[in-house]
Design a protein around this ligand. Structure first.
Ligand code: FMN
Length: 193
């Protein structure tokens, strides 16, 4: 698969905003089973190998996982403050969990786990996220090993179908839409901002 034309714009934005640690924080919106939107911040963890799929990590017990079982469509909104540009990527989410059979995807899950810091790995040993916390009880956590991937640990891959790139810099602003026609073909259109 060849790299989509919007990939170079994201690479450029990541490079020019590299001094801002938070430039890899994106907003990931999903649709709840009741049809209401849900949105949260997640860390962009690169693209999966040579594909155009964005990689995120999450906990199997989180709301976004139950959302995507019902409805895999999601949108990522990503703002780069230094270069003042926004990307909105719309596509399907694919879950890579303990239950995923595909060997290549399971290897991706293990490798991503190994690449995490100790503190990041420990979060997957915490009690059920979103359930009521007993503030009087000691906070339970363990330090999981590098090789034993905790069952709660998941990788999420997002496969964009459309990308909307808005550049605020310039007079006038520039806005470019990208639409995927086939696996490998994208149509790029300059649109009014
Ligand atoms: C800066 C920042 C980075 C975050 N990164 C992640 C992440 O990479 N993965 C993740 O699942 N949650 C991340 N979170 C927590 C989520 O925003 C959210 O609270 C959590 O995933 C539960 O959301 P859900 O139950 O709607 O799925 C991050 C939060 C912040 C503020």
């Amino acid at each position: 698969m060849s790299l989509a034309p919007w990939r170079s714009s994201i690479a450029h934005a990541l490079y020019r905003n590299r001094s801002l640690a938070y430039c890899k924080f994106v907003q990931l919106a999903t649709v709840r089973p009741d049809g209401h939107p849900a949105n949260r911040t997640v860390v962009f963890r690169g693209f999966w190998e040579e594909t155009n799929q964005l990689k995120f990590i999450t906990d199997f017990r989180s709301q976004k996982i139950s959302d995507l079982y019902e409805q895999p469509w999601a949108e990522v909104c990503w703002y780069f403050p230094k270069t003042r540009e926004q990307f909105r990527l719309h596509g399907r989410l694919m879950l890579v969990s303990l239950h995923t059979d595909d060997k290549e995807l399971q290897a991706l899950r293990s490798q991503t786990w190994q690449d995490l810091s100790l503190a990041a790995r420990a979060q997957f040993s915490w009690a059920d996220p979103g359930t009521t916390r007993d503030l009087d009880a000691p906070f339970q956590m363990e330090l999981p090993s590098e090789t034993e991937v905790l069952p709660e640990f998941c990788v999420l891959l997002m496969d964009p179908q459309t990308v909307d790139h808005l550049e605020l810099r310039g007079d006038p602003q520039n806005r470019t839409d990208y639409e995927r026609q086939t696996d490998d073909t994208w149509v790029r259109t300059a649109v009014n901002p």
